[in-house]
Design a protein around this ligand. Structure first.
Ligand SMILES: [Zn+2]
Length: 289
């Protein structure tokens, strides 16, 4: 095959661990579907399964379709424990690399949908033009690195001892919010350390997990639970409501709001009316604290 197109797919496999290496093992181990493709890319690497000059069976357009006969195929992973934005960015980079290598124009970088109508790549079709713009940026060497969105699970690669990632600071802040501040002497920071790992392991044990589930390296479930509110966090302070009674501008009594507050206020008013003053100014304020 002399490749003239590059076809983009998503793996449609969001299972944790379904990264590029796992798909390489799947292909090498004889996958039970009649399917093959050239490259799989995830948030940290790309695997090359079939030489570029050989046909793969990926486009759903049969043995004589242009998709299978003339196009290179890239599967972009969507495993839940990876950083999907980074995987997609890596896919755009790989497409640009293959454009250069084979002299393929940008207009020939196409979605799987073009060949067979299948809703693939399912996570890119709704922003296909943005994806193509990113391919072009990589082609021109102008692409910015994929950015973390500041809240979703950033992928396991963000948590390597001694390495920095902004998500590590958020991890520390959330661990502190959940009551694991004793592990931190100087607060949360961007470099993943043994302090973070130990605090995270304690949090994981508190979820009832053990072994690899409590190794201190956050996965997507740990992350989701850490991002959830800690007990008492973000709950509004209980409001206090009471009635303040003033007679002639002077506060003479205050009563908490309860079933008897009217009787109590009436009692104060009655006593005040029994005084000899000709004119009495009685004020009742409802106070919310
Ligand atoms: Zn596909």
């Amino acid at each position: 095959m002399n490749p003239q197109y590059i076809t983009i797919h998503n793996t449609a496999n969001s299972s944790a661990g379904a990264d590029a290496e796992a798909h390489a093992r799947l292909l090498a181990g004889g996958n039970n579907r009649t399917a093959s493709w050239h490259y799989t890319v995830d948030d940290h690497e790309a695997w090359h399964h079939i030489p570029d000059n050989e046909n793969a069976w990926h486009a759903g357009d049969g043995g004589s379709g242009t998709g299978n006969r003339k196009s290179l195929s890239i599967e972009i992973c969507e495993n839940s424990d990876g950083n999907y934005a980074k995987a997609e960015d890596n896919g755009a980079w790989l497409a640009a690399y293959l454009m250069k290598k084979h002299g393929i124009p940008l207009s020939h970088v196409v979605p799987h949908q073009k060949w067979s109508g299948k809703h693939c790549p399912r996570k890119i079709l709704d922003h296909w033009s943005r994806f193509i713009a990113k391919v072009e940026a990589h082609y021109k060497g102008e692409a910015q690195p994929a950015e973390w969105d500041g809240k979703s699970f950033p992928g396991r690669a963000a948590f390597i001892i001694g390495q920095s990632h902004p998500a590590v600071t958020l991890l520390g802040k959330r661990l502190i919010a959940h009551g694991y501040g004793d592990y931190y002497e100087v607060g949360a920071g961007p470099t993943f350390s043994e302090v973070d790992r130990k605090a995270c392991a304690a949090f994981q044990r508190a979820q009832g997990w053990s072994g690899a589930g409590a190794d201190g390296y956050p996965g997507p479930v740990t992350w989701e639970r850490l991002m959830a509110s800690a007990p008492g966090e973000n709950e509004p302070e209980p409001k206090t409501e009471y009635h303040r009674v003033k007679v002639d501008g002077e506060q003479v009594a205050s009563f908490a709001k309860d079933d008897n507050v009217i009787d109590k206020v009436v009692e104060v008013v009655r006593e005040s009316l029994e005084s000899d003053n000709k004119e009495i100014k009685i004020e009742i304020e409802r106070v919310l604290l």
